[in-house]
Design a protein around this ligand. Structure first.
Ligand code: CTP
Length: 555
């Protein structure tokens, strides 16, 4: 039982997990039982990509709308009849939450009579055994799989099987779905299901398809990984003309679709996850007339998908214009512009842009400029204590990258010169050991005097120690330069402490040297070497040169 919850947790993306938690919480607050159902359960068990999440609640799902919206979900459709919500959760997670219901078909071609029901009755109204399973998300039974039609066995056997003999007659869109699933999974129809399917085709069941189901199937096509493959199968089976009488494979921009798939793959490898559905529809209907495209759009229930599809060209034109303008005058500015643009827009423009300058910039963004990141001297940054633990780290790393992109830091030495003034001060040395017994009083009395010297820069008893520490720190800084590419000569020239650092490659040797040589906190002079190597920053050099150094010593 628990295995399915484990599988659920490991198979869902972090955004999908958050969506599941939000639905569990909302259902709990409303006192409703909630189950994961349909394709999501099938995909969890098979290991296929979980494309969307279907939830079923025992109660009116429409009542969860406000709660879910407060959590950041966008509702793109609400169906009063089935009491279900179409939602998009943060991170682009598509979901549907419906009321557990029974469906009774009284007349062919007429919608079923719907009534609230238990989860088991709800599973009975579904299309195929592999889609008729539910996973409990309720406290006490979380992870329990309900599988009254043995869908798990059909998954094992890789078969698409209808629940009963009237499945295609009652809802002819299931014949289109059967074609879609057999194409997607490469699973055949089970023998009797195949016979029912052929009979349904011969007897023209499809003429009774409900218009809302046509919209569902157009929408589903957009999310298929091999949308063209499915479209071809639809054409062969005679289903494509059901979705639109003038739609055919000849109306597809196949080259655009193939470029989209390739670029999407490239973006996925770089860590982007653009929602390709609007662009898939754009290319699938590339040569279809305007009126037909408008008809298809009207039929799709998910309105945010339609809006994104409609806006594609305008948004891409806008981004191309910005890429040609001042806003993208330098590589760093272009990088910033493309990084902040929606990934789906970058993807679409990469595939459709006609201006050479635009395609080149996007190409650089995907390839050449990423290699520049490797020039960021991470080991030396660690030695300088510029590490991700620093609050300023993202900004510093980004600044270096931007300067490298624009060719403003032309060598490792220049990069280090830029970085050094930004290094945080070394951690304070450990307190001097306190003497016990006789003389302890005197030692204790000495301590407060030492601390302020270090802390506030007051001159006092600790005066000599800082000088020693400064001497120790100086070579350590040199060692960083040496390891940054100054070479053997520089290393040899460095003082012994520096040699150690260079050899071991370990950071923070300077601190060690300080610890060894200066039991007392380090004062002003310690940082001088850092100020000395200050490269960039004219700002730092100008009058402020001693400042970071001073701070460093004061700690
Ligand atoms: N369903 C059905 N008959 C239909 C459409 C849907 O019985 N004509 C049921 C199935 O149980 C299906 C669930 O509703 O699993 C959700 O439908 P949908 O999201 O369209 O399909 P999925 O099975 O989730 O498939 P996909 O992977 O394409 O999203």
């Amino acid at each position: 039982m628990a295995d399915y919850i484990y599988t659920l947790e490991t198979r869902l993306s972090p955004d999908q997990q958050k969506a599941v938690s939000a639905v569990i919480d909302a259902a709990k607050a409303a006192g409703m039982n909630v189950y994961l159902t349909g394709g999501a359960v099938r995909d969890i068990i098979t290991g296929f990509t979980i494309r969307d999440l279907d939830f079923t609640v025992q109660g009116n799902a429409l009542k969860l709308q406000k709660d879910l919206e407060r959590g950041g979900a966008l509702v793109s459709d609400a169906d009063d009849e089935t009491r279900s919500l179409l939602l998009t959760f943060p991170g682009g997670v598509r979901a549907e939450i419906g009321m557990a219901r029974s469906e009774r078909y009284e007349k062919t071609g007429k919608p079923p009579v719907i009534a609230p029901a238990t989860i088991i009755e709800d599973l009975r109204r579904r299309d195929f055994t592999v889609n008729a399973m539910a996973l409990s998300l309720n406290e006490g039974s979380r992870g329990l799989l309900m599988d009254p039609f043995n869908g798990a066995a059909d998954i094992e056997a890789k078969l698409i099987r209808v629940l009963h003999n009237y499945a295609f007659l009652e809802d002819p869109s299931r014949m289109i779905r059967a074609t879609r699933f057999t194409t997607r999974f490469h699973w055949p129809l089970e023998e009797r299901t195949q016979a029912r399917y052929e009979s349904g085709k011969e007897n023209g069941y499809i003429d009774h398809i409900r218009s809302s189901r046509i919209g569902d199937e157009i929408e589903q096509l957009a999310y298929e990984d091999d949308a063209l493959g499915v479209l071809k199968a639809y054409e062969k089976e005679g289903w494509l003309k059901v979705l639109n009488p003038r739609w055919s494979t000849a109306k597809v921009d196949a080259a655009g679709l193939s470029a989209l798939t390739k670029t999407r793959q490239q973006m996925n490898e770089l860590g982007y996850a653009p929602d390709v559905a609007p662009a898939v529809l754009y290319f699938l209907t590339g040569r279809l007339g305007e009126k037909d495209v408008a008809d298809l759009r009207r039929a799709i229930p998910r309105k945010d998908l339609v809006t994104a599809w409609k806006d594609l060209e305008d948004d891409a034109r806008d981004l191309a214009k910005r890429l040609m303008g001042k806003e993208a005058a330098t590589p760093s500015r272009t990088w910033q512009l493309l990084s902040s643009a929606r990934p789906e827009m970058v993807l679409f423009l990469a595939v459709t842009a006609r201006q050479q300058a635009v395609t080149q910039k996007i190409k650089n963004f995907f390839t050449k400029w990423r290699q520049v990141q490797q020039k960021i001297p991470l080991p030396e940054m660690t030695e300088l204590r510029i590490t991700p633990q620093m609050a300023e780290y993202p900004k510093i790393a980004n600044d270096v990258f931007m300067l490298l992109l624009d060719g403003k830091l032309r060598s490792r030495t220049e990069t280090l010169k830029f970085l050094k003034p930004l290094a945080p001060p070394p951690p304070p040395p450990p307190p001097a050991p306190t003497k016990r017994g006789r003389g302890a009083k005197a030692a204790a009395a000495a301590l407060p005097a030492a601390a302020p010297v270090a802390g506030k820069g007051k001159k006092g008893k600790g005066k000599e120690a800082p000088v020693e520490a400064a001497a120790a720190a100086k070579p350590a800084v040199k060692a960083i330069e040496a390891s940054a590419g100054k070479g053997v000569v520089a290393k040899a020239a460095a003082a012994p402490a520096a040699k150690d650092v260079a050899k071991s490659g370990k950071p923070v040797q300077a601190d060690k040297a300080q610890e060894n040589k200066a039991a007392k906190p380090v004062a002003k002079k310690v940082v001088k070497p850092a100020a000395k190597v200050t490269a960039k920053p004219k700002a730092v050099a100008k009058g402020k040169a001693g400042k970071p150094a001073g701070k460093k010593g004061k700690r």
